[in-house]
Structures are given as structure tokens and as C-alpha cells.
Unconditional design. Structure first.
Lengths: 238, 238
């Protein structure tokens, strides 16, 4: 059963490959999002079993990164994509690097959950700031993946703007922890773990922002990294 | 003056472009290495002017990242490279992302220098552990760039092995700072800054290791991320 039009067949097959590539990124993104949620849950409930599960799942994230990377190389060699297809492949190569590092940060948070539950096994109300920060950052990752799925630059810009708020929340958690440590040096070890978790969340926010920037590059062909969000929006959206 | 052999001319021009690409990466790497050195110097001498200079130079690093990224996209479109040339372009795209993030970490260290000099303006001998860590990590970055320049997988493996030692030194600095904080809560703020600087150095070591992994991918065509160094060496070097 030879195809009627081989060119069309090849092109159709290529479309399928690109579609498949995007789906794999979204699958990896979904897994990474789940890893953050579970790590934060483990921290809130001081659930060591859950924390160990997060840690154990990290190799699935890593495996997806390697598979998708290989697929990108294969497409570059065999399809020699141009214009928007090429931008998609480059954006995918970069996006999965950030997703993999988000996975690493989730693993770090899980480790903090294990540390803290090894201390006194009580989740203190004074760590509520961290929970707010985590909700904010998980939303950023979700929105960045959504912008990638819908190829929506406006949604991507919203994620980038969100990062400023995440940074403010992060600074507030850090100041709060510093105050606790000074007031009661017995809380130092635990406060340091919370600070590390907060820093991991702040980095996750940065990675989500990076993904937003790749979406804008992908859709609009503009590299807006390293310029202010105001300049970028003026430059790109007018 | 038409060329005698257009094919050869094109190929020669392409070689030049690839050579130029590598040189630009090495230039960016040299700048980033200098940024870490100067940031650490600023911290040791509590030299605010030097720290501000590091912070101000970060946009050069960012500018190089954008330029090299564009050059990579241009080569992919116009040259449609295959095999080792393609691996070089992909490795460059990834390497400059890590270099740019090393630049960000250098900026973070410079910020800590500014914070600490704003406190009591004394660099305490108890921070010598951080200096050892910094020497180790700067050497890793230097060696990773050297492995990239010489396309030397053995040197790249050495960098990856070095990261374990860096992690041990990092843990030792962190434990030491924790002890100081517990003994004398008045040192908490400053110890936290030193901890942040140590964490920045530890991340720089991770980025140097990533670059080592790209060199191995580039030269040997093997993706050794996410497997143990022992397995990788057995797999690759036999």
C-alpha cells in the first residue's frame, strides 16, 4: 500500500512527529507539576513515605528528558526543519532542561520534608508563608505549560510578570524565618530547611518564567530574555 | 573573483562559522570565569566597588548568550548540519544556558559581598572554608571549558568526578556555618549570607558538571546524564 502522494505522506508524518514531540513535553511537564505538588504535600503533612516516593520518581523525569532530547536530535537530522518548526525543536530542547531542573528542586523539597519530620515531627503554623509561595509557584508552572500547549504569548507574558510576585513572597518567607531564628536559636535547623525549600520554590518560579520566554520565542520569533518585561511587551505586542 | 570550487568554498566558510561559534562560547566562558573570580575577590576583600562591577558586567554575559543562540539558529537553518556538527550546535545551545546561569550565581555572590560589607565590614577567618570551595569550583569551570576547547572526554569525566568533592566541601561549609549560628545568634545574618554564597558556588559546580556532560555527548555521541559516573565511564571509555 504505497501512499498516493509521498510528499504529503512525509509531511503528514512530520506533522505527527512534531505533535508527538509537543505531547511528550506536556507529559513531562505534567509529571514535574505532580512532583512539586507531592513534595509540598509531603512537607505539609511531614509524610516521609510521600517524600521518599517523590525522590524515587525523579528518574522518570530524567528518563523523559533523555528520550525527548534524542527525539529532537533525530528530527533535526532527518527533517531539517526550518522557521517555526525549528524554533519549536529549539524551544523543546531548552524547555525540557528547565523541566528537569524543576524536578530536581522538587526532590530537594522532599529532602527537606524528610529532614524536618526527623526533627520534631510537627508542622508549625509559622510555615504558612511557604505554603502560599508554593501555591503561587505551582500555578506558574501550570500556566507556563498551558501557554506552551496553546502557543499563547499573552499567557506566557502573564507567567513572566507573575515571577516578580513570587520573588516578593520568597523574600517575605526568608525575612520571617530570619526573625524566628534570631528570636529562638533552637529553631535554627528547622528554619534553615524551610529557607532551603523556599529557595527551591523561588528557583522553580524562575524556571517557569524561562519556559514562558521560550513560548514567546517560539510563537513570535523574539528573544526577550534579559530585557525588562515592559520593554518586551512593548516590543513584541505592538 | 568567483571561487575556484564553490563547494569547497562553502564548506570552508562553514568550517569557519563552526570555529567562530566555538570561539564565542570560549569567550563567554572566559568572561563568566572572570565574573566568579571577581565576585569571590569582592567577598574576600569586602570590596563594594568590585562587587558592583561584577553585578554591572552581567549584561555582557547575557548579551553573549543571546548572540550565540541566534548564531546557532542561523547555522541550523542555513547549514542544516548533521552528525558531529549538529551535536556541536546542540551542545553549544545547552552550554551557553549553563554559562549564563553561572553568571547569575556570580552576581548572587557579589550581592552577598555587598550585604556583608554593609554589616560590620570584617571578613572573618571562619569563612576560609568558603574560599577553598570557591577555588575548587572555579577550577571546575576552567577545566570544563578546557575540555570543551580541546574536545577532550577524559578531561570532561574528570570535571564530573570533581563535583562530588565540591559537594562534600559545600556540606562542610554549611555545617560549619550552622555551628557558628547556634553558638552565637548574633552571627546569624552574616552566616546566612555565607551560606547563600556557598550554595551559589555549589550550583556553579553543577553547571560545570553539566558542561562536562555536553562535551562527552558532543565528542562521543553518548548521553551520560542521569547515570552514575562509574557506569558512564565503563559504558563510554571501553
Amino acid at each position: 500500500m504505497a501512499p498516493v502522494n509521498p510528499n504529503q505522506h512525509i509531511s503528514h508524518k512530520f506533522d505527527e512527529e512534531m505533535e508527538n514531540l509537543r505531547n511528550q513535553v506536556l507529559k513531562m511537564g505534567g509529571l514535574v507539576e505532580q512532583q512539586i505538588r507531592r513534595a509540598i504535600d509531603a512537607l505539609r503533612k511531614l509524610d516521609m513515605v510521600e517524600a521518599e516516593a517523590v525522590s524515587g520518581n525523579d528518574h522518570y523525569v530524567n528518563g523523559l528528558e533523555v528520550t525527548i532530547d534524542e527525539e529532537c536530535a533525530r528530527i533535526l537530522v532527518r527533517r531539517q526543519p526550518a522557521a517555526s518548526d525549528l524554533r519549536m525543536v529549539v524551544a523543546v530542547i531548552k524547555t525540557i532542561t528547565d523541566l528537569e531542573r524543576i524536578g530536581d528542586e522538587a526532590q530537594r523539597i522532599a529532602k527537606m520534608a524528610i529532614n524536618i519530620s526527623g526533627n520534631d515531627g510537627v508542622f508549625h503554623n509559622r510555615y504558612l508563608g511557604l505554603m502560599h509561595l508554593s501555591e503561587h509557584v505551582i500555578k506558574m508552572v501550570h500556566d507556563a505549560l498551558d501557554a506552551f500547549a496553546r502557543l499563547d504569548p499573552d499567557a506566557a507574558f502573564a507567567v513572566i510578570r507573575d515571577d516578580e510576585k513570587a520573588d516578593i513572597e520568597y523574600q517575605s518567607v526568608m525575612r520571617q524565618m530570619l526573625t524566628y531564628m534570631m528570636e529562638d536559636p533552637r529553631t535554627i535547623t528547622e528554619s534553615l530547611d524551610i529557607m532551603q525549600a523556599a529557595r527551591a520554590l523561588e528557583r522553580i518560579g524562575d524556571h517557569a518564567m524561562n519556559i514562558g520566554e521560550y513560548v514567546i520565542y517560539l510563537v513570535l520569533g523574539k528573544d526577550i530574555r534579559h530585557i525588562s518585561i515592559e520593554d518586551a511587551e512593548r516590543d513584541v505586542l505592538t
